[in-house]
Design a protein around this ligand. Sequence first.
Ligand code: SAM
Length: 238
Amino acid sequence: MTEQELIEQLNILGINVTLEQKNKLKDYASFLLEYNQHTNLTAIRTIEEVYLKHFYDSLTLVKMHHFQNEKILDIGTGAGFPGMILAIIFPTTNVFLLDSNHKKIDFLNELIKKLSLNNVTTIYDRAENYVKNNREIFDIVTTRAVSELRILLELSIPALKVGGYFLGMKAKLEEELEVAKDTILILNSKIINKIEFDLPKEKGKRTILKIRKEKQTKEEYPREYRVILKKTLKNKNI
Ligand code: SAM
């Protein structure tokens, strides 16, 4: 996808990109590919693929949510997807990019300086540690291609305020959603919407899931990470 095609496709999604944002996206793509030559950040190697599979893909979230002034946590952000792109396109949001890989956090810190972004904070930590001490404070948690849905939900929902949303992005979610049904109930949350679509140029299927937190999360969640991995939450009343 060329820059022009990106701008056109974003228009179709209802996003009008300013000249300043267009330049930021261009600088982001060049810096990512340059940095990627010495530090492994992404399997993607061309600017056209960055525009389609990282930038456009991240912004398909607007199909699911109208972003305004929210405090957003992007868990397992990697090289900044989708969180950094949301911060660039929606400058009134306050975005926290979390990853346990320090090379990715170093890259993001340099990028933030390069693009002079003042609405982004990086967090170098594991989600399971961070969330224990940062409960019920975010309006939105985003995750793209991080781990199994039931695990992600146990790490994400405690970080959300009541009424906040989890926005999960993956190629396929059907089976993981089935496994996660009890987790969703036990964590006092509810599926609001799920959409499936194709990326332009037949570049693959995508699913976005929106879940709302209905009530406060019990202190016992998230459980120890090794327990989460071993034991899927089961609702004994079903
Ligand atoms: N979200 C990005 C994207 O879509 O391009 C990166 C996806 S990458 C496959 C998964 C990222 O999640 C990695 O950068 C990894 O370090 C991070 N990650 C996985 N488990 C994590 C955890 N428990 N806490 C924090 N980061 C985690």
